[in-house]
Ligand binder design. Structure first.
Ligand SMILES: NC(=O)c1ccc[n+]([C@@H]2O[C@H](COP(=O)([O-])OP(=O)(O)OC[C@H]3O[C@@H](n4cnc5c(N)ncnc54)[C@H](OP(=O)(O)O)[C@@H]3O)[C@@H](O)[C@H]2O)c1
Length: 348
């Protein structure tokens, strides 16, 4: 069995991505062959092609943070998983960090999450990494309650537009920062848009004079201090990225380390506010079984909201797998709402 994949060979421009075909190894027991129907561009790939993602493998590798596909075969005498939810012909999703930009992949059955019937692959793709990240930050890291107000930075982005919807569904008021091109869509999603190039703290003070219950900040950099100051007493700053340093020289790891140190310092202040750095992968190495179970639980909750029409898939644009370079270029230009989805399509 062959797979077509997109390879990031070294630091370079999107156009340096290579298309290759490779023979896949035989399936082992506990593994599944998945025909990929959709993957997507995450901010991580923008950092990886610059060698700036804090946790990227050595080059060369196949990028692709998540995927949705259909199980084509199971290895050994595997019948699927213990509860029968994963079987041949079943549509599934997986969080891969790398490897999703391919038309076929081999994954551990234990890493697959069933996609509800009736949810199409591109729609499901918009809420895999985005959905789990947004769900956990909202209901785990910050524990925001109905009636409270939050600030979501980058509200038009993949994670941001999902977070806005999950929060609105939970009865939470949302102030979302975004470039003006995304403001109409953000209003449709129920958020109050603010241009992130404006004086955001002034807008937030006007809209929430006592401060907000939580701020979700993927930007880092000097603006993180504003995010901290926007909080009401008892509020939580959830930092989860460092988008502002994407084009700056220096180590991605060091950037995150400095940010975490700064949050720890604020956290030690006796002022009733909290700061935390959210990491989707926390605990995976030490507690793999628990990590997989929690991923399946959390993603299933988000899928159920999507299947029930409580949140809607925000597909910014789709690209064929072989146009991954154009997809990455488009994603990097910004100014759209939702997720850039990559569709491998049927094999020739
Ligand atoms: N910690 C974790 O476990 C975890 C997990 C998943 C994602 N993340 C992080 O989440 C963030 C969003 O990821 P994504 O895949 O959703 O990205 P995305 O779809 O590319 O969205 C990024 C958004 O950020 C905005 N943006 C870009 N640069 C900005 C800047 N300097 N200041 C303010 N806003 C800026 C963009 O707005 P415009 O288009 O309007 O410019 C866009 O709406 C990334 O930083 C990523 O690393 C973290």
């Amino acid at each position: 069995m062959e797979a077509t994949e997109i390879v990031l060979a070294a630091v370079g421009e999107p156009e340096s991505l290579q298309v290759r075909t490779r023979r896949l190894p035989a399936l082992r027991a506990g593994q599944a062959l998945v025909r990929v129907e959709a993957s997507g561009v995450s901010f991580a790939e923008q950092q990886m092609r610059r060698g700036k993602y804090y946790d990227q493998p050595p080059f060369p590798f196949v990028p692709g943070y998540d995927l949705v596909g259909t199980v084509e075969a199971l290895g050994g005498d595997t019948d699927g998983d213990t509860d029968g939810a994963i079987a041949v012909g079943r549509r599934v999703a997986a969080l891969t960090k790398i490897g999703g930009w391919a038309d076929r992949v081999i994954l551990d059955v234990a890493d697959l999450v069933p996609v509800p019937d009736g949810v199409d692959a591109a729609a499901a793709e918009t809420v895999v990494v985005n959905g789990v990240t947004a769900w956990r930050m909202l209901h785990g890291a910050a524990r925001v309650r109905a009636g409270e107000t939050i600030v979501v930075h980058g509200a038009s982005g993949g994670v941001g537009s999902t977070l806005v919807q999950l929060a609105r569904h939970a009865g939470i008021r949302v102030i979302g920062t975004a470039s003006p091109a995304g403001h109409d869509r953000l209003r449709e999603l129920g958020a109050i848009p603010v241009d992130y190039k404006d004086d955001v703290p002034a807008h937030v003070r006007r809209l929430a004079p006592d401060g907000v219950a939580a701020v979700f900040d993927h930007v880092g950099g000097p603006g993180i201090a504003d995010s901290w100051r926007m909080l009401a007493r008892g509020g939580t700053l959830v930092a989860y990225g460092s988008a502002s340093t994407r084009d700056k020289p220096g180590s991605g790891m060091l950037t995150v380390f400095k940010l975490v140190a700064r949050l720890a310092m604020w956290n030690a202040l006796p002022n009733g506010r909290h700061a935390t750095f959210f990491n989707l992968w926390a605990g995976k190495a030490r507690h793999l079984g628990r990590f997989r179970a929690a991923l399946r639980d959390d993603l299933s909750q988000v899928f159920a909201l999507l299947a029930g029409g409580h949140i809607t898939a925000q597909v910014a644009r789709t690209f064929p797998l072989t146009d991954a370079a154009a997809a990455l270029r488009f994603a990097e230009a910004g100014g759209f709402t939702g997720k850039v989805v990559i569709l491998p399509g049927p094999r020739a």
